[in-house]
Design a protein around this ligand. Structure first.
Ligand code: PLP
Length: 426
């Protein structure tokens, strides 16, 4: 890999001078990405990488897909935003409703953080109760309720939450209950004990990269339905990714509400809350009355450039064979990664699905947040750096696959896995 250019070094120095923390808050400050096309990205030094970050997920059809670019360009020339309903937003809502089993009605917002915030608020309005149960290690964005036991360094006994950020009012803690993902028995006992206070249960149906154990989601569905508690699937990552109809389709379990994001905006700030009509009615004052009404207003909600990009993206994803091909290539990548680690004698577990997976450097089984803490995090940081030196780019937490990845990418990546695993063995 070539040396970093003077231009990129200057940009990094300037970022340190003007950006808080020297970054946008996501990746570390040691790289500036300049462009992307298909499965590849280039940094400001002109170095090319096979990209498994995909903008943290949105670029599911690859960077700068010609059909998405054309749709966006056409809209840009007609105006960027109106704060009024637009044609593409209506067509995208129709597409979401047809795709996602629970989505009788749709409301757009701009970030996944907003989408989960509103989903929780709808559940509270509907149930007229305050408390929400979430799972340890589950990520639902950056609002106060989401930042409870998302990544606790020292987890507390269930259901006590640990705030993940400074600046969150202490009062929020008493509104959240924390349960262990993939442990139906403990979760069932918590739901049973708190059923009269619970407004809703929110879960990432595929938590980070952890698949649900057989029966876990169906069990959650059964328990929440029994007590009339809304079940919220956070499908910000999984919608249009695990399957066209998201995790709901993939696992065959239908929640009451869901949050959608990432791919649905085609690389633009667009997300959505969707769900059963009876719950989504809280966004409509004429149906629920002023007392139960939930205003949801955003300057850029359903912005026409973003909805044009989202609509073009889902139309590409809908073509026959998309998901079969993506899962097949991803499963081969997972196998290549596991083999590379095994050959290098590095204890490793490759966890997830073909379209979204991660390697944990440990011998132990990975089923929930606490088991991930046993993995060697330092070795992962080294591994990610080594992969980058061999032309493979990813973030700090997982591999995202797109429909643009092909056999050439596979060959480059498999070689990088071998080299990085061998180097990380030491
Ligand atoms: C499952 C999940 N929910 C919510 C969010 C928050 O989305 P955003 O970053 O758009 O606020 C993310 C972001 O990665 C996510 O992975």
């Amino acid at each position: 890999m070539a040396e970093r250019s003077a231009h990129e070094s200057e940009l990094i120095a300037k970022a340190g001078r003007y950006l808080a923390g020297g970054t946008l808050g996501n990746l570390s400050e040691d790289v500036i990405l300049a462009s992307g096309r298909g499965s590849r990205v280039w940094d400001a030094s002109g170095r090319e990488y096979v990209d498994y970050l995909l903008g943290s997920g949105p670029m599911l059809v690859g960077h700068a897909h010609p059909e998405v670019v054309a749709a966006v360009r056409a809209q840009l020339e007609r105006g960027s935003t109106f704060f009024a309903t637009n044609e593409q937003a209506i067509l995208l809502a129709e597409e979401i409703s047809k795709a996602m089993p629970c989505a009788e009605k749709v409301r757009f917002c701009s970030t996944g953080t907003e989408a989960t915030l509103y989903a929780m608020r709808v559940a509270r309005a509907f149930r007229r109760r305050d408390r929400i149960l979430k799972f340890e290690g589950g990520y639902h964005g950056m609002h106060d309720y989401a930042l409870m036991s998302m990544a606790p360094a020292a987890p507390l006994p269930f259901p006590q939450p640990v705030p993940d950020s400074a600046g969150i009012p202490r009062a929020i803690e008493s509104t959240m209950l924390i349960a262990p993902f993939n442990d139906l028995e403990t979760t069932a006992a918590l739901i049973d004990r708190h059923r009269d206070e619970l407004a809703g249960v929110i879960v990432e149906p595929f938590q980070r990269v952890l698949p649900p154990r057989p029966g876990f989601l169906a069990g959650l569905r059964e328990l929440t339905a029994r007590h009339g508690i809304p079940l919220i699937f956070d499908e910000v990552v999984t919608s249009f990714r695990l399957a066209y109809g998201g995790a709901q389709e993939y696992y065959g379990v239908t929640p009451d509400l869901c949050a959608l994001g990432k791919a649905v905006g085609g690389g633009f700030p667009l997300t959505a809350v969707a769900g059963r009509d009876e719950l989504m009615a809280h966004f409509d004052a004429t149906r629920v009355g002023r007392e139960q009404f939930l205003p949801q207003i955003g300057t850029l909600s359903g912005n026409p450039v973003a909805t044009a990009a989202g609509l073009a993206t889902v139309r590409i994803l809908k073509r026959p064979g998309t998901y079969e091909r993506m899962h097949a290539l991803g499963n081969r990548l997972k196998a290549a990664l596991q083999q590379a680690c095994d050959r290098a004698g590095v204890p490793a577990r490759v966890v997830g699905e073909g379209v979204l997976f991660e390697v944990y450097f440990t011998d132990g089984e990975i089923v929930d947040y606490r088991s991930t803490l046993r993995a060697d995090r330092q070795r992962l940081v080294r591994f990610v750096r080594l992969l980058r030196e061999h032309g493979v780019f990813r973030g700090t937490s997982k591999f995202y696959l797109s429909i643009a990845h092909d056999e050439t990418d596979f060959a480059i990546t498999a070689r990088a896995f071998e080299a990085a695993a061998a180097a990380a063995a030491g």
